[in-house]
Design a protein around this ligand. Structure first.
Ligand code: C2E
Ligand code: CA
Ligand code: CA
Length: 508
């Protein structure tokens, strides 16, 4: 039996039974001696026999009670253990399934919809690996506590996997619509958690299934809320999605990618394309960003946005990322000497324990000059554990590498952290550049980011520049390094060394 009763252990019960047997034997013996010594001559033999039999029955009953109480307690203990999560005290996955079943039965009879809300901490496994299991446990505990405090009274909460929780909530519970409730929940849960050793930020994804519309079976409902969750995760940070039938097809595609990734890597189906970065003030190409391409023999080009998130979830990104870095270092030798190569680093790689050592090993192995290597690390990757990120960035810059903060402006970060980080560039996310045409405020945001980079003594770079108008506005805002289709699409490196630089388009 995998569980044992800690209150009345098997030894304890055996001892009780032995003590009772011994006790009844001793009483019987004493009574016999007392009887034969003539101490009970005045009593009829039948009464003496009855008293002795009663004592024996009492002893036997005590043994039996102890034995069966022990069995009962064992059953209760095993039940408690499987239905409760030790770390948070919340109902376990098993208990949650049974609560979903009850809610489904109830909603069928009342017709009142109930929502199953699936909440998952993004990349919990790599956070756990990076901060250690004791801190990981503490994170789960404080997260569960904040979750408890953020939901209306009476909401069922369960912990269904390491970093995953489920809620059962009625629409308009506490007078709040479900979409507003989820927005508020995300806001509250996304605030950093104070652990004993550091302040930990997390990103969350939420998926919602509706009972009875999306089914009545707990397994099916959980699968569907989880599909919605995966969907929310794939479409960006800190999002939520409601299940709909199309998601099943997306799930099949994801499963296919997951099953193909390792084989694709072994078959060497990955390549790197390079996109130039121009300096508007000198009119020169200063570097190239390496962008990963998967050319599948049957399905053709699969864009990185479709397979990198899955590689991150499965851990394959470590292998792929090391290959990208090594290949980009080798390719840099075929670029003009004064050009750097920029490599995208996934948050999973960045938070890995031996990330810096791995980078150093690849630089040494390929003989790359560190100053020719730029690492693009997203703002959200840096925000996961700020103190650790600050230390890693310091080590990387001490090695002579350049660091660019990628997708800048899309995270929810507090700008004050920037002061503690060593980096050289802020890469303004392309969503801002694209909105510059239509939205006057965006121009002001871009100017502000350029001003911020000046104040920090770093460069600003704009990605996703597609039109001359955008280029002109960027120049006016003081952003001199640009990258985008207007200047050149990502393309494979030609077989021979690039010696001639393509001419830069004029910007009025
Ligand atoms: P990112 O780092 O923001 O890369 C820029 C993306 O914008 C690239 O898409 C690029 O092809 C595209 N792009 C460049 N100029 C323009 C433009 O003018 N207009 C528009 N609409 N798009 C433009 P891509 O190559 O599909 O990569 C998508 C994302 O995949 C990248 O976004 C990056 O987050 C990730 N990624 C790509 N390669 C790697 C890699 O080697 N490792 C990791 N970890 N992530 C990678
Ligand atoms: Ca990038
Ligand atoms: Ca970007």
């Amino acid at each position: 039996m995998p569980y044992s009763n800690p209150i009345r252990t098997r030894t304890f019960r055996l001892l009780t039974i032995a003590a009772c047997t011994l006790g009844s034997f001793a009483i019987g013996l004493a009574a016999t001696r007392f009887g034969s010594a003539g101490g009970v001559e005045f009593l009829p033999a039948a009464i003496v026999g009855l008293v002795m039999a009663s004592f024996c029955a009492l002893a036997a009953a005590s043994s039996a009670t102890s034995f069966f109480a022990g069995v009962d307690e064992s059953v209760r203990y095993v039940h408690f253990e499987t239905m409760h999560d030790k770390l948070t005290g919340l109902p376990s996955r098993k208990a949650t399934m049974s609560k979903i079943g009850s809610a489904a039965r109830e909603t069928r009879s009342t017709g009142k919809p109930v929502f199953l809300v699936d909440i998952d901490i993004d990349r919990f496994k790599s956070i756990n690996d990076a901060i250690g299991y004791a801190n990981g446990d503490e994170l789960v505990r404080v997260f569960a506590e904040r979750l408890r405090q953020s939901v209306p009274h009476g909401t069922e909460i369960g912990r269904i996997a390491a970093g995953e929780f489920a809620l059962l909530i009625e629409d308009n519970n506490g007078g709040e619509r479900i979409d507003l409730f989820v927005d508020r929940l995300l806001d509250s849960l996304a605030k950093p958690y104070r652990l004993q050793t550091h302040l930990q930020s997390v990103n969350l994804s939420i998926g919602i299934a509706s009972l009875p519309k999306d089914g009545l079976k707990p397994e099916l409902l959980l699968r569907r809320s989880n599909l919605a969750l995966q969907h929310a995760r794939a479409s960006g940070i800190g999002g939520w999605a409601v299940y709909h039938a199309e998601m099943g097809k997306v799930a099949d595609y994801r499963q296919w990618i997951e099953s193909e990734l390792q084989a694709a890597f072994d078959r060497r189906e990955f390549t790197l394309h390079y996109q130039p970065q121009h300096d508007l003030s000198t009119g020169r190409i200063v570097g190239y960003e390496a962008l990963l391409r998967w050319n599948h023999p049957l399905r053709g080009m699969i864009p990185p946005d479709e397979f990198i998130p899955i590689a991150e979830e499965t851990g394959m990104i470590t292998q792929i990322g090391a290959w990208v870095l090594r290949q980009a270092c080798l390719d840099s030798k075929r670029l003009p000497d004064d050009c750097f190569v920029a490599v995208n680093i996934s948050a999973v790689e960045f938070t890995k324990r031996d990330f810096v050592a791995d980078v150093a090993a690849i630089i040494a192995e390929t003989g790359t000059t560190p100053s020719r290597l730029e690492l693009e690390i997203t703002e959200t990757a840096m925000m996961q554990d700020r103190e650790r990120a600050a230390a890693i960035l310091k080590e990387l810059t001490a090695m002579g590498l350049t660091v660019a903060v990628d997708d800048f402006g899309t995270g929810y970060s507090n700008l004050s952290y920037l002061i503690d980080f060593s980096f050289h560039k802020l890469k303004i996310d392309q969503s801002f550049i694209q909105r510059m045409n239509s939205d006057g405020n965006t121009g002001a945001i871009v100017s502000t980011i350029v001003g911020l980079s000046r104040a920090l003594g770093v460069h600003a770079i704009a990605e996703g520049v597609e039109t001359e108008h955008q280029a002109t506005m960027l120049k006016a805002a003081g952003c001199n390094i640009v990258q985008g289709y207007y200047y050149g699409r990502p393309a494979p490196l030609p077989a021979e060394q690039i010696t001639e630089r393509p001419r830069l388009r004029a910007v009025s």
